[in-house]
Design a protein around this ligand. Structure first.
Ligand SMILES: Cc1ncc(COP(=O)(O)O)c(C=O)c1O
Length: 367
């Protein structure tokens, strides 16, 4: 969609990346780090100062102690963290439960490990979890479940009760949890993120995945981190050592320095303002929403008042005819299930949103 957006000079509300500038201190620190000579390999597990900053901030935020030497590894982004966590635990023929719609790397990553994705649909329109379907899917081959909260593409958030329900379902097995929590700093309306690592029963079977790309609004920096208990982190590092070995040094120096004076966990209000500005403007167009996005960069909307085209066709039509690029939801399903929904990314400058809305306002109902 981004390529089509460029071709048609469309306003790009499709891919999940911000168009507003980076915090200026971060750019300065990156420049300083390189100028100061931090240009050679970093340690395999990540710079000590960065892991210490993460441990400090994470423990304050989520009230759980972390050993920065044995439980945190810096990664070249969250996508890498997810794949490496899966590859550390999967063997041929293992099954992994994926809740769909799902971030597009999960299913291919599982298949790359010769394992089998077992896809279970979240229940529209609120994308709640179908616990009964999960219970039925669990068997002796089930090796892991991937949970993404706040969720891409819907923004749906797991409560502590959701984690408790999952725990009850898997506590008598050795099923792992891959917790993709890349939007953990972006929950709205006063909600609190509950991390898998906070759950006493789940902690020792979880790999929790985070992205500085998302939390620092610098997706091109492709830097993140993974948490796991000592034994699981050993499994992870056995692969990490030969997959990427280490992560960009000046980037780590810059982020560590930034975290000495800035906390990761104060940005939700900034993003909620963007969501609210976006939704207020969207309400004047024929698009309908079932619920306000509870978190992340994204809002799902229905175009039933405009057209009954399949979602991919509709998203292309919108890009070509009205110059606004979005993402259809069907590619987030292995079987390309089409519920006539599209996803908007609102992590954009107000002016970008305003310009996009001027175009969307031109669309008649039942176009
Ligand atoms: C749910 C989810 N997980 C992981 C990622 C990837 O993060 P990174 O860019 O750090 O690999 C994204 C990016 O859009 C995402 O939406």
């Amino acid at each position: 969609m981004s390529a089509l957006a460029n071709e048609h000079k469309a306003i790009n509300l499709s891919q999940g990346f911000p168009d507003y500038p980076l915090h200026p201190a971060l750019s300065d620190y990156l420049f300083d780090a390189s100028r100061a000579g931090f240009n050679q390999y970093a340690p395999m597990i990540g710079l000590a100062n960065l892991r210490e900053q993460i441990a400090k901030q994470y423990s304050n935020q989520y009230h759980v102690a972390l050993n920065p030497d044995t439980q945190i590894t810096i990664t070249p982004g969250a996508t890498y963290g997810i794949f490496t966590a899966l590859a550390s635990i999967l063997s041929t023929g293992d099954e992994v439960i994926v809740l769909e719609p799902a971030y597009d790397s999960y299913v291919p990553n599982i298949e790359m490990c010769n394992a089998i994705p077992i896809c279970i649909a979240l229940k529209a329109p609120y994308f709640s979890v179908d616990w009964e379907a999960i219970r039925k899917a669990i068997n002796s081959k089930t090796k892991a479940i991937i949970v993404n909260t706040p969720h891409n593409p819907t923004g749906a958030v797991w409560s502590k009760e959701d984690w408790n329900t999952l725990y009850e379902l898997i506590k008598d097995s050795s099923i792992y949890v891959i917790a993709d929590e890349v939007y953990d700093t972006l929950l709205f309306d006063g909600q609190q993120h509950f991390a898998a690592y906070q759950h006493e029963g789940l902690r020792d079977r979880s790999f929790c995945i985070y992205s500085f790309g998302k939390s620092l609004h610098a997706t091109g920096w492709k830097t993140g981190f993974v948490l796991a208990n000592d034994a699981n982190m050993n499994l992870f590092r056995r692969l990490h050592q030969y997959l990427s070995f280490s992560v960009s040094t000046p980037t780590q120096v810059a982020i560590a320095r930034f975290l000495e004076t800035h906390t990761l966990y104060t940005q939700a209000a900034f993003m909620q303002e963007k969501r609210d500005f976006f939704l207020e403007a969207l309400s004047k167009t024929p698009f309908k929403i079932h619920q306000k996005s509870p978190g992340s960069y994204f809002q799902v909307a229905s175009y039933e008042a405009i057209s009954d085209m399949p979602d991919t066709e509709f998203a292309k039509w919108l890009t070509i005819n009205y110059g606004v690029a979005t993402i259809p939801l069907s590619p987030f399903y292995k079987n390309k299930k089409d519920e006539r929904l599209i996803r908007f990314c609102f992590a954009k400058e107000e002016q970008t949103i305003r310009n996009a809305m001027q175009r969307l306002l031109q669309i008649p109902s039942n176009a």
